[in-house]
Design a protein around this ligand. Structure first.
Ligand SMILES: Cc1ncc(COP(=O)(O)O)c(C=O)c1O
Length: 374
């Protein structure tokens, strides 16, 4: 940096970050927006969560428990894990950033698959590292391609499983093959943000791989099935050495007290979680089938969203579809930032919201879904 600089300058790699753009939630002039843009649980939080969160209002003058003991104990009990090997964060985004900060940096590379979650390159660059992508096959992570992209500079490999925004996944056997093929000094981060929605029998969130060594971490979130995106709450399960590192680099009170209580209550409402998963399974299948009938290309998904691709005809393309949906009060997610400009990502919402979405896309494409079916 020049000595004559007139203002403080950030690290060069920071200026290479394209800031994350979250899903839109408002449409000017529309009162009831159908928001299918951020993969949020459509039922909101469990009433038990809302109540537990509200009860914290009287003690906001107190710092939270920096060790998150009660929350870690509850997560441990719910998922059969040792609470000592859990670290909580302000969303799993924070944990992703902390892992990059601690394990990557200038001169190192952070590897992920072609259409992987955008917080990986953002966090890598924020840490001064170079993000590197490996090609996918059929919008699915490819273990051989990931292994081929490893260099001596690779420090972290991120795998969102299921992946956002494609909804595709690797079965447990493939994830194990990835771990087995990576050098022991490379940290493998299994981002299982959507694990609670998954019903596929060959899927694993990766707990057994975390248990098997000192170099694999699983991250989870309360933002999806538990409907707690607003409170920012995530956690990871990690080997002791990684837990120790994360506890050194995280803020002393990185999770708020209302968030912790909301999270504990959310895990107790098993009926709410089951209902949410069943609804998602049913309406994801219905929506995928209806959109396929309209001639759209729907990527098979095990998450709470669908990647829907339109042709390259600009009149019937993703951009025009997005504008048309907005005119009907429906917001979905544009995918140009993920290198998928012809696609939209659509979260699974309430039943009437999915019906409205399918009707709107049928209108957009100039035909009716039931006409197509017959
Ligand atoms: C794959 C993946 N990982 C992590 C996150 C971040 O979740 P959180 O709200 O816990 O920061 C998301 C959110 O969309 C996601 O899709």
């Amino acid at each position: 940096m020049s000595l004559s600089s007139k203002r403080p300058e950030p690290n060069a790699s920071v200026m290479e970050i394209a800031a994350y753009v979250g899903g839109e939630s408002k449409i000017p002039g529309v009162e009831r927006v159908i928001k299918l843009s951020s993969n949020e649980g459509p039922f909101g939080p469990s009433p038990m969560s809302s109540k537990a969160h509200a009860l914290e209002a009287e003690t906001l003058h107190r710092y939270p428990d920096g060790g998150a003991v009660e929350l870690r104990t509850a997560i441990g009990a719910r998922f059969g894990l040792d609470p000592a090997r859990i670290v909580c964060g302000a969303g799993s985004d924070e944990l992703i950033a902390l892992l990059c900060k601690a394990y990557s940096g200038p001169g190192s590379e952070v590897l992920y698959s072609e259409h992987g979650f955008l917080m990986y390159p953002i966090s890598a660059r924020a840490a001064g590292a170079v993000p590197v992508t490996a090609p996918e096959t059929n919008k699915t992570a490819n273990v051989d391609a990931l292994l081929a992209a490893v260099t001596e500079r690779t420090r972290i490999v991120f795998l969102a499983n299921p992946n956002n925004p494609t909804g595709t996944y690797l079965p447990a056997s493939e994830v194990k093959r990835l771990r087995d093929g990576l050098r022991a000094d490379i940290l493998l981060v299994l981002d299982a943000a959507y694990a609670e929605y998954v019903t596929a029998e060959d899927y694993s969130a990766g707990i057994e791989l975390v248990d098997a060594g000192e170099n694999t971490v699983m991250t989870r979130t309360f933002s999806k099935i538990y409907g707690l995106g607003a409170v920012r709450l995530g956690w990871c399960y990690a080997p002791d050495n990684v837990v120790d590192v994360l506890n050194r680099v995280r803020g002393p009170f990185n999770v708020s007290a209302p968030a912790m209580q909301a999270g504990i209550a959310a895990m107790q409402d098993v009926a709410f979680e089951t209902m949410s998963r069943d609804h998602n399974t049913e309406w994801r299948a219905w929506t995928a089938a209806e959109l396929s009938k309209l001639g759209l290309d729907v990527t098979p998904s095990i998450g709470n969203f669908l990647l829907v691709c339109f042709g390259s005809d600009p009149v019937r393309g993703a951009e025009a579809a997005d504008a048309f949906l907005k005119s009907k009060g429906i917001v979905v997610r544009r995918m140009a930032g993920y290198g998928l400009p012809d696609c939209l990502r659509i979260s699974i919402g309430l039943a009437d919201e999915m019906r409205a979405l399918v009707d709107a896309l049928a209108q957009f494409l100039g035909r009716n879904s039931s006409d197509q079916a017959s």
